[in-house]
Design a protein around this ligand. Structure first.
Ligand SMILES: Nc1nc2c(c(=O)[nH]1)N[C@H]1C(S)=C(S)[C@@H](COP(=O)(O)O)O[C@H]1N2
Ligand SMILES: [Mo]
Length: 367
């Protein structure tokens, strides 16, 4: 007899307004965002990098870890960590951002991890190009997609599955897609995918599968839950869906001065204040400019030297702060001409909200 599914959802989770649910608060405690003051580091220290894990962090040991390479390949393989690490190593600084960043700032919102704007980090990832692993196995001519399966398993909307995502063969074969074992020069922490994960530069974070245990080469599109059901833009709950892929252009500012504990409003002394922050886009598209808004008046910021094609870019400008209440904001534009909206672009699942970042500041006269 077929067992009843304990988590079968009878209806889709509906968009909600008002108070955050207990479940959202619990997810926000399990996962975590970058502290905005940590945007000042070119490379985000590991413990300040944002974190998003759907299920439980799996038990893993480097010693026993195996990655199966299966499907439409000439030579299926089961590779140990040592075998993976014997391929030529490459280190890349990569900005990762969760596709749900900004979800909690949409109204009505989708009940899930309620990010406001802090689901981002820029780390130096060390691994080997995935292509080396694929070349070793030998892709057959009909190989169209490569699926990446994590060791973590659970339910979402009634469907039991391991977290898994896929890439088209052409994307997966780029030298920039890495199978990594180190973050900022240290072994991966358990919550960031120890001992092995994928890093897909320029894409929203869901593509970078953690706890990588299986690489499956397919002749047909991958139909795993996180690929086929999750991670689609929908401008209406029952409207057409388009897959979430590259990061949208975005910028954040380091809140100046000192905060109020509860509201996070800022207090700044009048005078010359350096404002700084980060800007990034997806798909390797460079940042063209950043503007800083002082009470809605836009002025250009100066860009720091680039850190890498897939890395965020620092920016700064000087503000002559006058006593009173002020709203600071920042807006980036990339080389494709894409820029950030002034109001959130609504999405049923809460994806891709790259609205401009705003910070409320009180400026006091110098004593
Ligand atoms: N196996 C597995 N990989 C995963 C996830 C997951 O839940 N399980 N979460 C994805 C999502 S949605 C994001 S945003 C990034 C977060 O990576 P980080 O926690 O290292 O910052 O991992 C991705 N890879
Ligand atoms: Mo994510």
């Amino acid at each position: 007899m077929k067992q009843a599914n304990p988590f079968q959802s009878t209806e889709r989770r509906a968009n909600v307004e008002g108070l955050f649910h207990g479940e959202e608060v619990a997810l926000a405690n399990r996962n975590s965002g970058i502290l905005l003051e940590a945007l000042r580091y070119d490379v985000t220290p590991v413990g300040l990098h944002y974190l998003l894990s759907h299920f439980d962090v799996p038990e893993a040991s480097e010693k026993d870890w195996r990655v199966e390479v299966a499907g439409r390949v000439r030579t299926p393989a089961s590779l140990s960590l040592d075998e993976i690490r014997s391929f030529p190593a490459r280190t890349l600084p990569v900005t990762l951002e969760c596709a749900g960043n900004g979800r909690g700032a949409m109204s009505p919102r989708y009940p899930s991890m309620p990010w406001i704007c802090e689901a981002v980090g820029n780390a130096e990832w060390t691994g080997t190009p995935l292509r080396n692993v694929l070349d070793r196995a030998g892709l057959l001519d009909d190989a169209a997609e490569i699926a990446f399966i994590g060791a973590d398993r659970g339910f979402d909307r009634g469907v039991e599955h391991n977290f898994g995502r896929s890439l088209k063969r052409g994307v997966a074969s780029s030298d920039d897609v890495l199978v990594v074992w180190a973050m900022n020069g240290q072994p991966l922490l358990p919550q960031h995918g120890y001992p092995l994960r994928l890093i897909v530069p320029g894409w929203y974070g869901m593509a970078s599968v953690k706890w990588l245990t299986r690489i499956e080469v397919l002749a047909k599109p991958y139909d795993g839950f996180q690929q086929a059901v999750g991670y689609h833009y929908r401008s209406e709950p029952d409207g057409p869906r388009t897959p979430v892929t590259h990061m949208r252009v975005r910028s954040l500012l380091v809140p100046p001065g000192i905060p109020d504990w509860y509201t996070r409003r800022r207090l700044v002394d009048a005078g010359s204040v350096t404002l700084a922050g980060r800007a990034w886009s997806g798909g390797g598209v460079p940042i063209a400019r950043v503007e800083v808004g002082i009470d809605g008046q836009w002025q250009p910021a100066e860009l720091d030297p680039p850190l890498g094609r897939f890395s965020w870019r620092g920016w700064r400008c000087t503000w002559r702060a006058e006593p009173g209440e002020h709203e600071l904001s920042c807006r980036a534009t990339d080389a494709d001409g894409d820029t950030q909206p002034l109001e959130p672009r609504w999405d049923a699942g809460g994806f891709g909200n790259n609205v401009v970042h705003r910070v409320q500041v009180t400026v006091r006269a110098k004593p």
